[in-house]
Design a protein around this ligand. Structure first.
Ligand code: UGA
Length: 437
């Protein structure tokens, strides 16, 4: 099929490559010239394992073409995906829909009447209806619109796109749904369930899934708070409750909490939309989910103060600044937030990250960049493991101990082997655990 993809950020770039890998002929549209040029040259403007090679493969095979503005070649496509961002508004908790509406309106100028437009961006329930009305007004005919939420995670984006747990299609007509299903036929034939439903439900599925995941993380972080107050161990607790198949052990890792461009803004946007619908109370518990999450950052700052006393001129090394490993995304990163807060309290903060220092660029010059872990460790008073990159999990505690006199580490992600670190002479403080002696 001939497919266009509007917006080549994380979601769109991955989707465009995935569609080409399924054998479709794809045109990606990205107005940001810098991003476009980088993608055209086969370089991702962000870090995502495996996606760069796949991009280069599809570009050289000619299945993927990239343009800055839609022209006749986009207009002649059978299916168009809208993958632009929906960030949180700066003055409220709601989602900023201007990019979705702008992409839809621009697309409507080029659309052929039998083409199907498919929204993938995360949006508040009811947005598809508004978009369809806007696009129909611009196009001058009834635009065929469907909604197909995306569940990919950063770090495993391409894998998640090509082998998802399920495909969800929200449509106003069976014919429209059938066209979207045809796009995914190779995946569906491989055994992935495809759920066709009404548009409002499909819009809701995405925010409901992200809200559930956020709630699960905050639940275990709330248990960590209780564990810290009572001398219990949240990691053992998670292990025990996670073995109940009804609960499950995934997304039950307590630590510094969730960040990134999705979970935090999605729960806030969802609360804002529920209030607009007059049912704000139904999901008011997400407020607590948000608060518990942010309190974990406070906890790490408190622990640092407890260890170091006044923070002025104390040297702290923060290992990992991306919001999760295998990503260089700094959006709402808990680790970066902690680093900045310690710095604002007077500490000399060094940061290290295997991939995200490039994304940090020259922002936050108050944070000193450690080019490698050893350089960062030298002479520092406290180490905080903020993002659980493999490199840190595999660190040799004995070699690290030789570089530092005040051997104190806060494992804010609960990934270090407590006994090995203690045996190497470290005081290891783990969140939600009473392990330090
Ligand atoms: C999330 C969802 O998992 C995807 O399904 C969804 O498609 C995506 O948002 C989106 O809306 O586009 P992502 O933001 O890439 O994906 O990251 P997650 O893997 O969900 O992790 C989110 C945060 O939770 C990270 O900061 C991670 O460190 C934290 N986390 C995760 C925990 O603190 N504990 C856990 O047990 C799991």
């Amino acid at each position: 099929m001939r497919i266009s993809v509007f917006g080549l950020g994380y979601l769109g770039a991955t989707h465009a490559v995935a569609m080409a890998q399924l054998g479709h002929e794809v045109i990606g549209v990205e107005p940001d010239e810098k991003k476009l040029e980088s993608l055209k040259a086969g370089t991702l403007p962000f870090y995502e394992p495996g996606l760069g090679e796949a991009l280069r493969q599809e570009l050289s095979a000619g299945r993927l073409n990239l343009v800055s503005t839609p022209g006749p070649e986009v207009g002649s496509c059978d299916v168009h995906f809208i993958c632009v961002g929906t960030p949180q508004l700066t003055d409220s908790e709601g989602a900023d829909l201007r990019y979705v509406i702008a992409a839809g309106s621009e697309l409507a100028l080029h659309l052929k009447p039998d083409a199907v437009v498919v929204g993938k961006s995360t949006i508040p329930v009811g947005t598809a209806e508004t978009l369809r009305t806007e696009m129909t007004a611009v196009a001058g005919f009834d635009v065929r619109l469907a909604w197909n939420p995306e569940f990919l995670r950063e770090g495993t984006a391409l894998e998640d796109s090509l082998a998802p747990d399920r495909i969800v299609i929200g449509a106003w007509s069976e014919d429209d749904a059938a066209v979207v299903q045809r796009v995914y036929q190779p995946i569906i034939d491989g055994g992935v369930p495809c759920l066709v439903m009404d548009v409002a439900t499909a819009e809701l599925v995405k925010v409901a899934a992200n809200s559930f995941l956020a709630t699960k993380i905050s639940f275990i972080n709330a248990m960590a708070e209780i564990a810290e107050a009572s001398g219990a161990d949240a990691v053992r607790l998670a292990e025990a409750i996670g073995m109940d198949e009804r609960i499950g052990s995934k997304f039950l890792r307590n630590g510094l909490g969730f960040g990134g461009g999705c979970l935090p803004k999605d729960i806030r946007g969802f609360m804002a939309r529920a209030r607009e619908l007059g049912v704000g109370e139904s999901i008011e518990f997400l407020r607590q989910v948000d608060h518990v999450n942010l309190r974990r950052r406070d906890r790490v700052v408190e622990l640092a103060k407890k260890e170091l006393g006044a923070l002025e001129n104390k040297r702290v090394l923060v290992l990992g600044i991306s919001f999760k490993p295998n990503s260089d995304d700094l959006r709402d990163s808990p680790a970066l937030d902690v680093a900045l807060r310690l710095s604002s309290l007077g500490a000399e903060v060094r940061v290290h990250d295997p991939k995200a220092l490039g994304a940090l660029g020259d922002r936050h010059p108050e944070l000193l960049r450690a080019q490698d872990v050893s350089a960062g460790l030298e002479g520092c008073d406290l180490v905080i493991l903020g993002t659980e990159w493999e490199e840190y999990r595999e660190m040799d505690p004995r070699a690290a101990a030789d570089l530092i006199s005040n051997k104190v580490i806060i494992d804010a992600r609960n990934v270090l082997e407590v006994e090995a670190w203690q045996a190497a002479g470290w005081k290891l403080i783990a969140l939600g655990r009473n392990v330090h002696k």
